[in-house]
Design a protein around this ligand. Structure first.
Ligand code: URA
Length: 198
């Protein structure tokens, strides 16, 4: 891995993706605990994230914050990051080469944080980390053992929080996936996490 632009968990001055270098105002690095048991991986920064330099601070961030809060978690206790760290133009999905360019930053972040569980928020991160097509609505809440970099990790598929904004019926599916994630890491409970069951 050529990580010359990454210092610890922070990427600075990366110019791997010409289109994203043009569209971004800044690189949006992951935020939250550096030793989080739970890491959420989104697709990439939107306009608000690009403006504020933090992942999930827009409308979908409010949905995620509320979901964390309901489960006794705060954004400081978990880690929130994205597949790509620069806002794609017109909020398009990141292209395959852009996902690949940013992949080693995400892998390094996961290596350093070393969470018990990774939660993929939506189709793009789910497909990126599982390495196959994913029907997120059907597969939400499912847990997979996935090789990410040098490590096999547990990955739980979730809908993107924004899905609940456009389609209220998706809210239940999103909430159920988050319930499962919280239960697996023992969030809000005094006893051990259930990850040993898997
Ligand atoms: N959507 C994402 O996937 N990531 C963000 O940081 C914000 C919105």
């Amino acid at each position: 891995m050529d990580l010359e632009h990454m210092d610890g968990l922070v990427v600075e001055g990366c110019t791997r993706c010409p289109a994203l270098c043009e569209s971004r105002s800044r690189i949006v690095n992951g935020a939250g605990a550096e030793d989080a048991a739970l890491v959420f991986v989104g697709e990439g920064p939107g306009a608000q994230e690009d403006e504020q330099g933090e992942p999930f601070v827009g409308r979908s961030g409010s949905v995620l914050d509320a979901a964390l809060d309901e489960r006794g978690l705060s954004r400081d206790e978990v880690r929130i990051t994205n597949c790509v760290r620069c806002r794609p133009p017109d909020n398009r999905d990141p292209h395959t080469d852009e996902l690949a360019n940013c992949r080693d930053y995400l892998e390094r972040e996961l290596d350093l944080v070393d969470p018990d569980l990774v939660v993929t928020l939506g189709k793009v991160p789910s497909q990126h980390l599982l390495g196959r097509d994913v029907a997120v609505t059907k597969e939400a809440g499912s847990v997979h053992e996935v090789r990410i970099g040098e490590t096999t990790r547990r990955v739980l598929v979730s809908l993107h929080p924004a899905a609940t904004l456009y389609d209220r019926s998706q809210q239940e599916t999103f909430e159920a996936a988050l319930d499962e994630a919280a239960a697996l890491v023992g969030a809000g409970e005094s006893d051990q996490s259930r990850l040993g069951d898997y």
